[in-house]
Design a protein around this ligand. Structure first.
Ligand SMILES: Nc1ncnc2c1ncn2[C@@H]1O[C@H](COP(=O)(O)OP(=O)(O)OP(=O)(O)O)[C@@H](O)[C@H]1O
Ligand SMILES: [Mg+2]
Length: 222
């Protein structure tokens, strides 16, 4: 489904990615681990089409988003890629439900369809009683689950998560990690997750170890 080929990227003279290859199949949960500065976030941003490599290709089911003009690329990203970051990045002036519905509204759904989708996901995540609250009124764990709902609302091919549980305590961490596996079981949702959490990395189907801009190890669960 996703094929990343020979991605290289430099910032000025610093080569941050040195020829990365990675393929991900539907329903797979892949983790990326490695020390700070290894290039994990840079790689995820390139896979997510938020940044461009100096060379190499990113292919989603035969489509090459990095070659698309910017408006088409924005629509492609909205339709196909969900993002979850370390900090929730929900919009503070909107309710949980509005935050979740927003990508669907941007994607062209009418209000009713967008809010129906949002409510369904919020129900799945057990957040219905919190739906009318703004992010500041939610707990850290609730905010990250809301961010997952927002990432899911367009039914994306893949969710890219960059240290999604990095700001959570151990109980909320475990709950969020369980949610990823529930979503794979229930929706065949595909994930690429950058994490410093060894327990999560060990549970994923494939753990990619990066060091100094290169893949230095891959451990497969099965
Ligand atoms: N926009 C940028 N301009 C210049 N250098 C950058 C930029 N973004 C990242 N870098 C550098 O690229 C290298 C890789 O950064 P990246 O954020 O990908 O690392 P990371 O593996 O995600 O680290 P961490 O675990 O700390 O999040 C680092 O040395 C960083 O300072
Ligand atoms: Mg990072």
């Amino acid at each position: 489904m996703i094929q990343v080929r020979d991605i290289s990227k430099s910032f000025d003279k610093l080569q941050v990615l040195k020829g990365i290859d990675l393929s991900v199949t539907p329903g797979e949960i892949v983790s990326i681990v490695g020390p700070s500065g290894a290039g994990k976030t840079t790689l995820l941003q390139i896979i997510g089409t938020l940044d461009k490599p100096d060379s190499g290709t990113v292919d989603f089911d035969g489509q090459q988003p990095l070659l698309m003009p910017s408006r088409k690329l924005a629509a492609f990203r909205n339709a196909n890629i969900g993002f979850v970051f370390q900090f929730h990045r929900l919009l503070p002036e909107f309710s949980l439900e509005e935050n979740v519905a927003l990508p669907a509204l941007i994607g062209g759904d009418d209000r009713r369809t967008a809010f129906d989708k949002a409510r369904k996901l919020i129900g799945y995540l057990g957040l219905t009683s919190r739906a009318d609250h703004r992010p500041a009124e939610l707990s850290g764990g609730e905010r990250q689950r809301a961010a997952v709902a927002r990432a899911l609302v367009m039914n994306p091919k893949v969710i890219l998560a960059d240290e999604p549980s990095g700001s959570l305590d151990s109980r909320n961490k475990a709950e969020l990690h369980r949610l990823f596996f529930d979503l794979r079981r229930d929706l065949n949702q595909t994930f690429i997750i950058v994490t410093h959490d060894e327990n999560l990395a060990a549970d994923t189907d494939r753990c990619i170890k990066m060091e100094d801009g290169a893949i230095t190890g891959i451990s497969t669960k099965y």
